[in-house]
Design a protein around this ligand. Structure first.
Ligand SMILES: CC(C)(COP(=O)(O)OP(=O)(O)OC[C@H]1O[C@@H](n2cnc3c(N)ncnc32)[C@H](O)[C@@H]1OP(=O)(O)O)[C@@H](O)C(=O)NCCC(=O)NCCS
Length: 435
């Protein structure tokens, strides 16, 4: 029984409609029943539609994966606060949680870690395929192409209605992303690709594939391993962001998960999504020293530029991920030595958090404010920052995809448009037009 509803009066016809409200939303299809022609006389007309470029106020799905309260600065995966997961869990356990909806028992955890560890190798042809890229190929382009190419190596992945098959592809994708990401990194450096080391943890193995040289066994520094693992946890999902939406949109055609995740990688590649931490580094370098901050802040307030790494479409409070990343920055700098840009970042944050311009607009540090500093300290070139994000986001994309393919309400994603072009023109053949 509907207890909440919206009464709409169409002033074109004078007709009133009762539209049910469920979970704080109305169904766009219910608006479609509102027609300009008089429905009382059974006249047909185009139904009312919603115009919402960028989906700023449109829910595209029901989801139980990630909860965000942007005003309060809350982020939870499957109900667990991100702070507790970052402190007490690890990336593979969080991946299990996201994909399965509940924390694993000991047996489930051991089996999951084992399976992911033993799927880290990729087919040799993928290696050859990656070696075919130009020396200066962007690693995100390489990652996107190689994830898409995996659908040709695993044609069985097309069978998305089989739960066991879906699980196998999910394991393969989470397992192989670090291998592809690390190889894209080595490619740009002209270094030989390093094969996975199954004795190491997920993140330890990734570090080995990135940085191992002639030593027979790579031993990752535990603090760096923990910092990177935490960064993966913090990036693992963020509900219906642009790349999750891309994965869902492509996945709604019932294509295999590799093709869907390749679309997610493509969306993440864009500077409005995955690229802001690089912009933060450029900004900090430009400021150069703490004494230059007041002048820089004045420029931001005058509208000449933005304080990169500040502000968020959803968070109108401190981004909970930014706090945790800041903590990890200190741990990393213990190993690598401090990054002089950290002093500038901290002072910038202090001044901005006290300044009325930022306070009034609820502008706080976001996830990108400190992450670039960590990545730089670990000697990643800026092009790799988004690859790290993509590896972390993979379980989130797959959880969103899994939810989509099991959701009976979902249909092929196919929005409406408002047509603004010409109609009914008569084609004039070339010989007449050009005579
Ligand atoms: C993230 C972002 C795109 C969100 O944008 P949004 O939700 O559309 O917010 P708006 O652009 O409408 O900004 C609202 C107000 O705050 C100001 N503002 C927002 N972010 C700002 C920033 N980083 N520096 C200075 N002013 C900022 C806007 O100028 C605007 O002020 P006005 O009301 O006087 O015009 C935006 O905050 C931004 O560009 N941040 C910097 C880039 C960044 O760090 N991106 C990573 C996001 S994870």
């Amino acid at each position: 029984m509907v207890t909440e509803s919206l009464t709409v009066r169409d002033n074109r016809t004078g007709v009133e409609y009762d539209i049910p409200i469920t979970d704080g939303t109305i169904r766009a299809a219910d608006l479609g029943k509102i027609k300009a022609a008089d429905p009382a006389n059974n006249e047909e007309g185009p139904g009312l539609a919603v115009y919402d470029p960028g989906f700023v106020n449109t829910a595209s799905c029901r989801s139980s994966v990630t909860y965000i309260d942007g005003d309060k600065g809350i982020l939870e995966y499957r109900g667990y606060p991100i702070e507790q997961l970052a402190e007490n869990s690890n990336f593979l356990e969080v991946s299990y949680l996201l994909v399965h909806g509940a924390l694993p028992t000991k047996e489930e955890y051991d089996a999951w870690v084992h399976e992911i560890t033993y799927h880290t190798f990729v087919h040799e042809n993928i290696k050859e395929f990656m070696q075919g890229f130009r020396y200066d190929a962007h690693p995100m382009g390489m990652l996107m192409a190689s994830v898409g190419a995996m659908s040709t190596f695993y044609p069985d992945a097309a069978n998305i209605s089989d739960p066991d098959n879906r699980r196998l592809q999910i394991i393969r994708l989470i397992a192989k992303m670090p291998t592809l990401g690390a190889w894209a990194f080595r490619h740009a450096q002209g270094k030989p690709y390093v094969y996975p080391d199954n004795d190491l943890s997920y993140t330890g193995n990734f570090l080995s594939m990135l940085f191992k040289m002639s030593e027979s066994k790579y031993a990752p520094d535990e603090r760096i391993e923990k910092a990177l693992d935490t960064l993966f946890i913090l990036h693992a999902d963020h509900e219906q962001n642009a790349s999750a939406n891309a994965v869902r949109s492509v996945g709604s055609t019932q294509v295999d998960p590799y093709s869907s995740v390749a679309a997610g990688v493509g969306a993440l590649f864009g500077p409005l999504h995955g690229g802001a931490n690089e912009a933060v580094l450029r900004m900090l370098r430009r400021i150069g020293k703490v004494e230059n901050i007041p002048a820089f802040i004045e420029g931001v307030k005058a509208g000449n530029e933005r304080l990169m790494g500040f502000g968020h479409r959803v968070y109108k409070n401190y981004d909970p991920r930014a706090k945790l990343i800041k903590q990890q920055a200190y741990n990393v700098f213990e190993v690598t030595g401090t990054n002089p840009l950290l002093d500038i970042a901290q002072e910038l944050e202090k001044i901005a958090l006290e300044d009325e311009y930022f306070v009034k607009r609820k502008l706080y540090p976001n996830v990108d404010f400190y992450s670039g500093l960590i990545y730089e300290a670990l000697e990643f070139p800026p092009e790799m920052f988004t690859v790290l994000f993509a590896i972390g986001r993979t379980p989130g994309w797959l959880s969103q995809w899994l939810e989509l393919v099991q959701d009976k309400e979902q249909k092929i994603a196919r929005p409406k448009q408002i047509y603004t072009g010409e109609r009914g023109l008569n084609f004039v053949p070339r010989d007449v037009r050009w005579a």
